[in-house]
Design a protein around this ligand. Sequence first.
Ligand code: NAD
Length: 488
Amino acid sequence: MTLQNYVGGQLVASSGSEYTTVNNPSHGEPIAHTPHSTVADVDQTVAVAQKAFLTWKATPVLKRASILFRYKELLEQHFDELTALVTRENGKTIPESQGDVRRGIEVVELASGIAQLLKGGRLPNIAGNIDGETSREPIGVCAGITPFNFPAMVPMWMFPMAIACGNTFVLKPSEKTPLTAMRLAELATQAGLPDGVLNVVNGAQEAVERLCTHTDIAAVSFVGSTNVAEIVYRTASQAGKRVQSAGGAKNAMVVMPDADMDSTVRAIIGAAYGCAGQRCMAGSTVLAVGPVADELVERLKSAIEDIALKATDEHPDSGMGAVIDAVACERLLQTIDQIEADGLTLVADGRQDLPEAGYFVGPTLVDGVKVEMDVAQTELFGPILAFGRVRSLPEAIDWANSTGYGNGAVIFTKDGGSARYFKENVQCGMIGVNVGVPAPMAAFSFSGWNRSFFGDLHVQGEEGMYFYTRQQVSFTRWDNDYVRAQGW
Ligand code: NAD
């Protein structure tokens, strides 16, 4: 099946002549082909979105919200279908895909209450008979460029808030996982969203570059790897757009000697190997402080032995799915070869006992890692967990801060003082205390720092609303001559 674009509520063929094959990662079999849309395709889509903006921005806010409310209901009705689609194109386990869709629906819920967020401020009688007030106004056509790892949630971080605020939207989903995005757009039309308000243009670099420079695009939201996030940030901001651009990460999990071992091990396993390690909030380095290290390694090793690698679309009990494609699989297996060649200890070796088909890499645990090593500094984006042994909490914090990223960091402890010291000194935007993956739900913004985020206002929450609106201030003078003339 060759995909088309979704423009003005209709399927429109792309004029691109190159394609990316979408494979089901569990089997390595092709399920669709994504066209690489051209500049002309993007221009045509933006023109449709620009036209739709003129009426959509004037649509009463409660009418916009009621469409989102219906959309939420429709997403609930299609929850199992969407979940299966995510598993099919991304390879996640069914519970992980359920989480992906659920987190997206939560943003639609937030956007349904947009009237509350959009209320401006008013200061009456700031001078004789003059009232001042502020309002939040939509900005125009907004673009969203998304990664493969959350085919439902990441697009829904963006477009529900953007359209609730009165903007129209052009989504460029990952060429590796475009099927969920297409279905999300079709369902939005079914919910009553007018044609042209939400559009999908499939493609890769050429389409992204055009979206970042097109004069009729007001704002660009990007989520993906740090290198591309930085390019998108520079290109689009140089073209005069507001940009929020989220990148990669290397998130540390610090375990204090007083941590509760059972819950800590469960949380680390979930954070490191959930979604096969392909989460920007994945815990990719464990830092064991002092004497806790030996017991922790042993317990992680035994928990890893219970993770069953199976095709996620056929086995709902699969403990971990495949990684996204053959390139990622090969890269990760070679990384494990290199780790072995460097003389590090493979407590668990993800090259062993792999299913015959599909892009599987097993859960891998590497002991003896030092802060300066590649495995401690580079985002590997797969199920490879680095284990470092440190003497103190300050040493763990220095390690966590050394990577230059700033998405997440977590601490496991029973001591509030240690947790507070950690929060105050670790340089990142999302902190977990006895929580493995501190990914914010929709009411909070997704707050990466440093090289994990370029821009100012983050996705979701109140900042999401600020990003997709601009402030208008007005001063109104009504003299009371008539009222006085009446003798009132
Ligand atoms: P990616 O950077 O390869 O691709 C992301 C998007 O950018 C895709 O739509 C792709 O088509 C486009 N793209 C790729 N190369 C491009 C180029 N040279 N020029 C213009 N556009 C280009 O990322 P990915 O592999 O799909 O996703 C994984 C990455 O995303 C990881 O680094 C992960 O940490 C990150 N991520 C970050 C967050 C966050 O909130 N910080 C969330 C999810 C994923």
